[in-house]
Design a protein around this ligand. Structure first.
Ligand code: PMV
Length: 323
């Protein structure tokens, strides 16, 4: 197989504006790609093996491409390994690859870092062998490793990371949403890690216990997403912010907010955000605030005072790409 010396691909993280958790129950969610990216570089390696070097975990391991049953793989590196193996299997390639990961996205925080890494890995590996996969193929292959990290994910993270921009997502169906890239999104990281799978299971337990109560709450969140899409398209950020606030209250009722998240949400609102809510699975991780440009720095300062780490970011239309 003819391959290039090295190929680097990058993919964006994502931010769910409305609809996390209800999306797992087949209702629509509104998400956007953000301009914080994961970069993956692929080079040639010895046949039948892969060398994975993940800077964010400070880990480097060599693994066989045909794993036997006794192989134990580091939990942090397993999804990257699965992305490499699945892509090579799909391409019917047996050559080894070295994979270097350099991600600026915080891990396990609700910004889709694992999906961005996986999407960029699939793209870099395939392009390294001169094969241009379709966006849908990249999304399907990266979803395989998402299932390993998150249990039964909706697929929203890998989808947004592949296509970029704004997306209304429902049961794997995607509708591109026109957005203005000029709205700043202020992310506040509580710096508390949590597992998406764990939070999804927590909602599932409560849903089974209180089905008649949870169903209408999830349905209301689904309606918020449909309405939010219209406000995002119309650049009516004031109303979009109001819907984010309502969504936050409903997420708290599902049991996925936390004192750390609430502190950041209130800090952002009091500093002039149109709206603020947790983003992703909750329980820790990040909040997202929507605000006019002039108030961003003030909101970022208030997030720091409330114990969080701010990122001022923007929506990006650029999904996965070759660097
Ligand atoms: O926290 P994240 O980035 O993994 O986002 C999870 C979003 C959920 O709706 C809670 C789960 C899913 O698979 O859609």
């Amino acid at each position: 197989m003819i391959s290039m010396e090295e190929v680097t691909a990058s993919a964006p993280g994502k931010c769910i504006l409305t609809g996390e958790h209800s999306v797992v129950y087949g209702l629509p969610a509104l998400a956007v790609a953000i301009d914080i990216r994961a970069k993956v570089t692929v080079k040639s390696y010895e046949n039948g093996a892969t060398l994975i070097h993940a800077k964010q975990f400070n880990k480097k391991v060599c693994l066989p491409l045909k794993p036997d049953r006794n192989l134990t793989i580091d939990k942090d590196l397993q999804p990257i390994y699965v992305s490499v193996v699945k892509t090579l299997e799909f391409l019917k390639i047996k050559d080894g690859v070295e994979v270097l990961i350099d991600s600026s996205l915080p891990e396990a925080s609700g910004l889709g870092s694992s999906a961005a890494v996986s999407v960029a890995t699939v793209k870099a590996v395939s392009e390294f062998f001169g094969i241009h996969l379709k966006e849908s193929e990249i999304s399907t292959l990266s979803f395989e490793s998402e299932k390993i990290v998150h249990g039964s994910p909706s697929g929203i993270d890998n989808t947004v990371s592949v296509y970029g921009g704004g997306i209304l997502f429902k049961r794997g169906r995607i509708l591109k949403v026109k957005t203005s890239n000029n709205i700043p999104l202020i992310i506040g990281d509580t710096l508390k890690k949590r597992s998406t799978g764990g939070m999804v299971s927590k909602v599932r337990e409560n849903y089974l216990k209180y089905t008649a109560i949870f169903k209408p709450i999830l349905a209301a969140i689904g309606k918020i997403s449909l309405q939010a899409k219209k406000f995002l398209e119309a650049s009516d950020f004031h109303k979009l912010g109001e819907l984010m606030n309502i969504n936050q209250a409903l997420l708290e009722s599902l049991g996925v907010s936390s004192i750390e998240l609430e502190k950041l949400v209130y800090a952002a609102r009091e500093a002039g955000a149109y709206g603020a809510k947790l983003t992703g699975a909750g329980g820790g991780g990040c909040i997202v605030a929507l605000a006019p440009l002039a108030r961003c720095q003030n909101i970022a300062s208030k997030i720091i005072e409330a114990g969080g780490k701010p990122y001022i970011t923007r929506i990006t239309d650029t999904g996965v790409k070759i660097e």
